[in-house]
Each structure stands twice: as structure tokens, then as C-alpha cells.
Ligand binder design. Structure first.
Ligand code: MG
Length: 233
């Protein structure tokens, strides 16, 4: 067994770890849908719903995989496609909708209540960072100046669970992989990626769901409140 190293840095996933992304995404899409219906009235726009918009966005993201990792571009292309799906090819409107979406998507983000207390309890002893496949910039999410390093997949050119993005985080944190603890809600991207690079993985399982995968975290917690205790042991 390799020698256990002391943790010096902790990286956090963003979406569904620090904030409820699904909630804010759906809320922002609802606002956009209202705008879209008022700008393109008729049966076709009335027939649209948020689930369909999410479906279109995911299809566009899958097509663009490997071509662009810029999430704002993906979202813009998805609004273009959404408009095309109701017979309205209008790039200017797609751009307006995208701007509206981004405005709300950042303004309405709510941190989970355990986030600030956890960061406060860890900040003196550890180098803290954000390591995200999303685009929730800390200053837009109520977390300005909370992190010493911030790594986004769209800047790193790789996404979790790829090893490269964890290496970028380690370089920015100034630590070896074994000295990094990574905390996230996704077994597939956070835990699996951290395990592959030799970092300490922490699965944040807020809903206490069963792990039916073969990805095993080093630690499992239900709240970020458990982190301080964990990292001191
Ligand atoms: Mg997440």
C-alpha cells in the first residue's frame, strides 16, 4: 500500500454539490419559455415545454462533444435548434433568449446551506478550489474570493473524469494528486476521476441513494458539514 499523504488541498464540484443547478436551470428555462412564447406566439411555441428544451440541449451538447466545450455556445446553439423546431429560424432571437437565460441562471443560484460553514471551517488549513464541468463562476454564485484555484472543463480542454483536468487542479493548487481531496456528487465524473488520478475521493450523497455502480469512493458523506471531521482524521 502506498504511503498515506496528508491532504493539503480540497477541490469541490459545483453543480449539485455547492448549488442546486437543476433547480436554477429549470427556473431560468421557464423564464426563457415565457419570453419565447410572447415573441413567437402560436400553437408551436405553446407545445414546447421545459423537458423538451432540455432534451434538445442535451442532443446539441452530444453533437458538439469534441468540437466545443464552451457551454454558453452550446446553450446558444440549443436555443437556435429549439426555435427551428417550432419553425422559427431566428438567430437574433436565439441570442436574446441565451442572454436572458444566462442572466437568470447566475442571478438566481442558491448555495446549499452547508456550503459557507464548510468552506469557513476549512479555509485556514487547506487550499480550496472549484473543479467543475459547468460554468458557474464563483463570483456569480455567491462565492467571490472563496477559492484559491478555479478549474473549468471549458478552459482546461478536458472534463471530469479525465485525468488531465485533475492534473490542472493539482498544478494550480500546488499539490501532488495524493494530497488532493476532491468532493462531488457524481460517482461517474467526480469520484471516478479522483480515484483514477490517485486523489482522495469524497462522494457527496445528499439524497442517500444506493451506489449501484462499481465506482467506490474513499469516503461518503451526506452533508458538507461532515467534511471538517473527515479531513482531520
Ligand atoms: Mg455535480
Amino acid at each position: 500500500m502506498s504511503e498515506k499523504k496528508a491532504i493539503t488541498a480540497i477541490s469541490f464540484d459545483g453543480d449539485e454539490t455547492l448549488w442546486d443547478f437543476q433547480k436554477v436551470m429549470r427556473h431560468s428555462l421557464a423564464i426563457v419559455l415565457g419570453e419565447l412564447r410572447s415573441r413567437v406566439p402560436g400553437e408551436a411555441s405553446e407545445g414546447l415545454n421545459i423537458d423538451k428544451m432540455i432534451e434538445i440541449r442535451n442532443a446539441v451538447a452530444a453533437e458538439l462533444r469534441g468540437k466545443t466545450v464552451n457551454l454558453e455556445e452550446v446553450r446558444f446553439q440549443a436555443f437556435k435548434r429549439t426555435l427551428q423546431s417550432i419553425g422559427c429560424a431566428d438567430d437574433a432571437l436565439a441570442r436574446d433568449l441565451n442572454a436572458r437565460y444566462l442572466e437568470n441562471r447566475f442571478e438566481d443560484i442558491e448555495l446549499y446551506p452547508d456550503v459557507i460553514p464548510a468552506l469557513d471551517s476549512l479555509r485556514d488549513e487547506f487550499t480550496l478550489g472549484l473543479l467543475s464541468n459547468g460554468n458557474g463562476y464563483p463570483e456569480h454564485c455567491g462565492l467571490p474570493e472563496r477559492f484559491s484555484f478555479v478549474v473549468f472543463s471549458q478552459d482546461a480542454g478536458a472534463e471530469k473524469p479525465e485525468t488531465e483536468i485533475f492534473s490542472v487542479a493539482c498544478r494550480q493548487a500546488g499539490c501532488a494528486p495524493a494530497e488532493l481531496m476532491h468532493v462531488g456528487d457524481s460517482l461517474a465524473s467526480d469520484v471516478s476521476g479522483a480515484n483514477a488520478v490517485g486523489a482522495v475521493s469524497v462522494w457527496l450523497n445528499r439524497e442517500n441513494v444506493r451506489n449501484d455502480t462499481d465506482v467506490l469512493p474513499d469516503h461518503e458523506i451526506q452533508s458538507l458539514a461532515a467534511l471538517a471531521e473527515l479531513v482531520k482524521n
